[in-house]
Design a protein around this ligand. Structure first.
Ligand code: HXC
Length: 519
């Protein structure tokens, strides 16, 4: 074979590999409204930046005559490229090859990019579209999964790991995405479950569709397994690129501060008016976030889950920050099990990756009742407390309105090492709300008042007295628990100045093997 022929062979092999399972299967993929593994990578990465590995890998299985069917690349496309000039490692499962199912060599390809991402200290993005374990390979496939899981575990908190589910992801295969930092699902074509509808029907008798069991909407709103629900793959890929812009390459680096033309001292009068006079009237805390953040931008995480707390990323004068905010618009912003878990996980992500945390507080307390108690609100609420208390990144807290009881302590209070704790003049920092307080303090007296009118007046008078004394930020400020009471419209400026003053913050927790967060 001449050298020219050798080069031609390489070109031909590359062309063959790029076709994956062949044109027919690519067509079928497109018909379902899905991109192919390679198209997804092309859309995700900066143009022309993708460098592929292991294009010539094929499986080694000889069971069921499988040696007669081989595809170059063996069903997963792996390599690295850039997003806005920053290196990321990727793997993208190719459904056109054995339904994207995982063989021993397929797993080895994924492990190789994971190892390289760890060595390079760069994020890894995995695009999942797979029928699970390659049935013909038996236990080699199971072992392959476990190799990936172990790497996910070791990479956790070292490099950001992001999973996009753009097709099936079933059985034990779900546990790799579950071990990563973020899971994205599309509204259609995307599903995750430990056991599929057929097995569910056999074992439990429950008749349920794929979508209702593990579709994108279910995991975004009911289970909370997925942090991002997107309409389609294009939108998903744009969000993946955006997400990368807020996070650093690894745990030893800081997130990248970008140039900002939005004035750092921009004041917005809307904030002076946003809190209604009636303390029981809701407002949308997302309006507060959008008003304060650079260019009004906020990448919300877990948008459809535990809406009583809002978490996501924004920038302040170009500095990426995590935002945690109680949402008065939903269940009055109360802290319950799901909200605690959602926020705790987010706080821990930010802390692991050196992202300062801005906390906006308007919380009436923990949700009372047997459902919450039986569900373990004590353990789950403690998760959020633990996450805040353990976090060493800069923490700025702004109390907008209510901050009651245990929830006050949890929401990045001074004593949980909040660095800067500000309050708006509308803040109410107290052990509990006025109604509850009067009920407890004057219960005996109230029982003795029979006349309804007299009773109502008694309650109103005492509530007023309590409100006047405690429903303000000045009691807390007088003890130094609040560093300053600030004018709402000036909050952006105060946050930015706070972040600047904390940029060199050094805080190290005592050495230990690891903590024992209440799981
Ligand atoms: C080998 C597979 C495969 C698999 C699909 N294919 N899944 N090959 N192993 N697990 C092949 C099909 O034979 C077919 O080959 C091609 O991929 C496309 O599959 P279709 O069934 O035609 O596609 P579709 O109708 O879209 O259905 C997709 C599907 C279905 C829902 C994913 O294929 C399916 O149910 N597959 C099996 C899923 C499963 O039970 N996996 C094992 C789970 S247990 P041709 O040649 O016709 O194109 C597991 C354990 C992991 O994963 C444990 C880890 C700890």
């Amino acid at each position: 074979m001449s050298n020219q022929d050798k080069i031609k062979k390489l070109i031909d092999l590359r062309a063959e590999a790029k076709l994956g399972g062949g044109l027919k299967r690519i067509e079928a993929q497109h018909k379902k409204g899905k991109f192919t593994a390679r198209e997804r990578i092309e859309l995700l990465l900066d143009e022309g930046s993708f460098e592929e590995f292991d294009m010539f890998v094929t499986h080694r299985c000889t069971n069921f005559g499988l040696e007669k069917t081989k595809f170059l690349g063996d069903g997963v496309v792996t390599g690295h490229g850039t997003i806005d000039g920053r290196v990321v490692y990727v793997y993208s499962q190719d459904f056109t090859v054995f339904g994207g199912s995982l063989s021993e060599t397929f797993a080895q390809k994924i492990c190789k990019v994971m190892d390289m991402a760890m060595k390079a200290g760069a994020p890894i993005i995995g695009i999942n579209d797979s029928g699970g374990a390659r049935i013909q390979e038996g236990v080699n496939s199971l072992a392959g999964y476990a190799e990936i899981f172990q790497r996910n575990i070791m990479a956790s908190g070292v490099i950001p790991q992001i999973s996009a589910i753009f097709g099936p992801c079933a059985g034990g295969a779900v546990y790799s995405p579950a071990l990563t930092d973020f899971i994205m699902m599309t509204e259609q074509n995307s599903y995750m479950f430990v056991t599929g509808p057929k097995v569910v029907k056999t074992v439990t008798g429950e008749d349920i569709s794929v979508e209702d069991l593990g579709g994108g909407k279910v995991h975004a709103s009911k289970s909370g397994v997925s942090q991002f629900l997107v309409e389609n793959e294009q939108e998903g890929i744009l969000i993946l690129r955006k997400l990368i812009s807020y996070i650093p390459q690894n745990n030893l680096e800081d997130p990248i501060v970008t140039e900002c033309t939005d004035p750092f001292d921009r004041m917005d009068d809307l904030l002076n008016e946003i809190i209604p006079d009636n303390p029981n009237q809701p407002y949308d805390v997302k309006d507060v976030i959008h008003t304060m953040a650079d260019y009004g931008e906020f990448l919300e995480i877990h948008r459809n889950y535990a809406k009583n707390i809002v978490v996501g990323f924004s920038k302040f004068n170009g500095q990426p920050c995590g935002i945690v905010a109680n949402q008065p618009n939903y269940l009055a912003g109360v802290l319950d099990i799901n909200a605690s878990i959602k926020a705790a996980r987010f706080v821990r992500f930010c802390d692991a990756f050196n992202i300062p945390i801005i906390t906006l507080v308007d919380v009436p307390g923990f949700l009372p009742g047997s459902r919450q108690e039986y569900g373990g609100i004590i353990t789950h609420g403690a998760k959020l407390m633990f996450a805040y208390g353990e976090a060493t990144v800069p923490k700025i807290t702004v109390t907008l309105r209510k901050s009651y009881g245990g929830a006050h302590d949890v929401m990045s209070s001074k004593q949980l090492r909040g660095d800067l704790n500000y309050a708006w003049p509308t803040a109410e920092i107290a052990v509990m709300g006025a109604a509850g307080a009067v009920e407890v303090l004057h219960g005996r007296k109230l029982r003795d008042i029979e006349d309804a009118e007299e009773r109502a007046k008694f309650i109103a008078d005492h509530e007023e007295e309590y409100t006047e004394k405690f429903a303000n930020p000045y009691q807390a400020a007088s003890f130094g628990y609040i560093d300053d009471v600030i004018e709402p419209r000036n909050t952006r400026f105060r946050i930015i100045r706070g972040l600047q003053s904390l940029a060199t913050k050094k805080l190290v927790n005592p050495p230990k093997k690891h903590s024992n967060i209440p799981l």
